[in-house]
Design a protein around this ligand. Structure first.
Ligand code: B12
Length: 432
C-alpha cells in the first residue's frame, strides 16, 4: 500500500505545483537546443565594460540546464556591484532584481558580501520602496515607474521583507496613470503587478478578507486588460512583453475563463521567433527564457541549488569573419519637438546596410552637431536616449525621446533597431 501511495502523492504534488508540468506548456526535447542556444547567447553577451545584469542570472537559474562556473562567476560580479553601488546609485527595481538573482542562486540577499564589505539588500529595498511611496505623495509619480514598484513588491514578498499587503493592494490598484505608457496599456507592467499580487496571496500568512478581495479584484482587472492585448497569433502586447505575459497568465488560471488563452499557441509563436534575431538583445532573451521553461519569477523562492546538473558546456564563439564592405543605404532622420521648445530638423544620412538607428544618430551628429547632438545612458536594454539638441527627458514631467519609423513608434531601442533603405526615422520629444 505504502509503495503505491508515495508515487501517487508525488504525482498529485506535480499537478498542484504552480507552473508545474500539468499545463503542457514547456518546450519539447526537440526544441531544447533552441533554449540552450538562447542561454549561450546570454552568457556570451556578458561585457566586462557594462555592469553585470541580474535579469540574466535569474533567467539562467530558472532554466533546466546549467553551467555552474558561469553562474557562480556572475553571482560574484553581481555581489561586487551591489556592495559598491546599490545604496547610492541603484533604482528600487534594480535592487529588487539583485535580490531575486541572489535568492535564485541560493545566496542570502540580506547578507551580500564582496571586497570585505557586506550589504543587506532587503533592508535597502525597504528603504528605496519607502522613498518611491513618498515621491508619489509629493509629486504624484513614483521615482521610477509602476513596473519597478511591482518588482519591488514581488521581491519583498518573496523574501519576507517589511511590506504591508493592504498598502500594496492599494498601490497596485487599477489606474490609467499606473498601467499606461504613452497612451498604451503596458502589458509588461501589468504582468509584473500580477506576479507580485499572486505572491502576496500565496505566502501562507493570513490576510484580512478585505485585502484578499482587493488583491483578487486587481488581478482580475489586470488579467482582463492583458487578454484584451492578445493578438490572433498568440502574441500578448508585443513580442517583447509576451514572455512576461506568459508568466503572469500561467499563475492566474483561476482568473481565466476556459479557452481565454492558449499557452501552447503563444509558446509556438515565440518559438518561431527564436531562430531569428528577435531576442538577440540579452535583456530580451532573459525576459523570454523563463516562459520557455514553463517557469515564473515566483519559482525563484522555490529554487534549490544542490541538485542542479552542470550540463551546459560552452563552445568558444566563432569569430565573425569580416565581410567585404557592405553597400550603403540612405535614410532621412528628423528631430522633432512641439513641447517646451519647438524643434523640427531633418537630414539625409548615408550609412552601411545593416546599421542600427544609433549609427544614423551618430552620423547626423557628426555632420551637424548644432542640430543633431544627443546624449544617452547605458541601461540593461542598451543605449537609452536622454537628450537631443540639448532638450533633456525628465521623469518627473513624464517626458522622453520617442523613436519612430515612418510615423510608427518602434518596439526596439536605438542600439538594436536595424534601419532600411529609404526609411523615415524620427526622434520625437513626447510624454508618457
Ligand atoms: C518604463 C519603461 C519605459 C519608460 C522609461 C522611463 C521611466 N519612467 O521609467 C518610457 C515610457 C520613457 C520608455 C521608453 C522607451 N521604451 Co520602454 N519600457 C519601460 C518598461 C515598462 C520598464 C523599464 C524598467 O523600469 N525596467 C526595470 C529597471 C530596473 O531596469 P533598467 O534597465 O534600469 O530600466 C531603465 C531602462 O530600461 C530604460 N528604458 C526603458 N525603456 C527602454 C527601452 C530601451 C530600448 C532602452 C535602451 C532603455 C529603456 O528606462 C528604465 C528606467 O530608467 C520596459 C518593460 C520591460 N519588459 O523591460 C519597457 C521596454 C524596455 N521599453 C521598450 C521600448 C521599445 C522603448 C522605446 C524605444 C519606445 C520608443 N519607440 O521610443 C523608448 C526608449 C527610447 C529612448 N529614449 O531611447 C521595450 C524594449 C524592447 C526591445 N527589444 O528593445 C520594452 C521591453 C517594452 C516592450 N515590451 O516593448 N520605456
Amino acid at each position: 500500500m505504502r509503495s503505491v501511495m508515495i508515487p501517487l502523492a508525488g504525482l498529485l504534488l506535480l499537478f498542484l505545483a504552480p507552473g508545474g508540468l500539468c499545463q503542457g506548456c514547456a518546450v519539447s526535447d526537440k526544441e531544447r537546443p533552441l533554449v540552450r542556444d538562447l542561454q549561450r547567447k546570454m552568457i556570451y553577451s556578458v561585457d566586462p565594460k557594462v555592469p553585470p545584469n541580474p535579469s540574466i542570472l535569474i533567467a539562467l537559474r530558472l532554466a533546466q540546464d546549467h553551467n555552474k562556473r558561469v553562474e557562480q562567476d556572475m553571482l560574484k560580479k553581481l555581489s561586487q556591484d551591489a556592495v559598491q553601488r546599490a545604496a547610492k546609485s541603484f533604482s528600487s527595481g534594480q535592487v529588487a532584481l539583485h535580490i531575486l538573482a541572489q535568492r535564485a542562486s541560493c545566496s542570502n540577499p540580506r547578507q551580500v558580501s564582496a571586497n570585505n564589505s557586506t550589504i543587506n539588500l532587503v533592508q535597502l529595498l525597504e528603504q528605496k520602496f519607502k522613498d518611491e511611496l513618498q515621491n508619489i505623495v509629493i509629486h504624484g509619480n513614483p521615482l521610477t515607474n509602476f513596473y519597478q514598484l511591482s518588482l519591488d513588491v514581488l521581491a519583498l514578498c518573496q523574501l519576507n521583507g517589511r511590506l504591508s499587503p493592504a498598502r500594496a493592494s492599494v498601490l497596485l490598484s487599477p489606474d490609467q496613470k499606473k498601467y499606461y505608457l504613452s497612451g498604451q496599456f503596458s502589458v509588461d507592467t501589468a504582468a509584473v503587478a500580477i506576479l507580485a499580487q499572486i505572491c502576496l496571496q500565496t505566502t501562507g500568512r493570513p490576510l484580512p478578507a478585505k485585502v484578499t478581495k482587493k488583491l483578487r479584484e486587481n488581478v482580475q482587472w489586470l488579467v482582463n486588460k492583458m487578454l484584451a492585448e492578445k493578438k490572433s497569433d498568440g502574441v500578448i502586447g508585443n513580442i517583447y512583453s509576451t514572455g512576461w505575459a506568459m508568466q503572469a497568465l500561467s499563475v492566474s488560471s483561476r482568473y481565466l475563463k476556459p479557452g481565454a488563452w492558449s499557452c501552447p499557441q503563444t509558446l509556438r509563436r515565440v518559438l518561431e521567433e527564436l531562430p531569428k534575431d528577435t531576442f538577440n538583445n540579452p535583456m530580451a532573451a532573459s525576459q523570454i527564457l523563463p516562459s520557455l521553461e514553463n517557469k515564473t519569477y515566483l519559482d525563484v523562492r522555490r529554487l534549490t541549488c544542490s541538485k542542479d546538473p552542470d550540463n551546459l558546456p560552452l563552445s568558444t564563439p566563432q569569430p565573425t569573419t569580416p565581410t567585404s564592405q557592405p553597400p550603403t543605404i540612405r535614410v532621412t532622420y528628423t528631430v522633432f519637438s512641439d513641447m517646451n521648445i519647438i524643434i523640427n530638423n531633418s537630414i539625409n544620412v548615408t550609412v552601411p546596410q545593416g546599421s542600427v538607428f544609433f549609427k544614423v544618430m551618430e552620423v547626423a551628429q557628426a555632420t551637424d552637431p548644432s542640430k543633431f547632438s544627443f546624449t544617452y545612458t547605458v541601461t540593461s536594454w542598451g543605449p537609452y536616449i536622454t537628450s537631443v539638441q540639448g532638450l533633456q527627458a525628465d521623469n518627473n514631467q513624464r517626458t522622453y525621446w520617442q523613436l519612430l519609423s515612418n510615423g510608427t513608434s518602434l518596439n526596439q531601442g536605438a542600439g538594436d533597431y536595424v534601419v532600411s533603405q529609404g526609411e523615415r526615422l524620427e526622434v520625437r520629444f513626447s510624454t508618457y
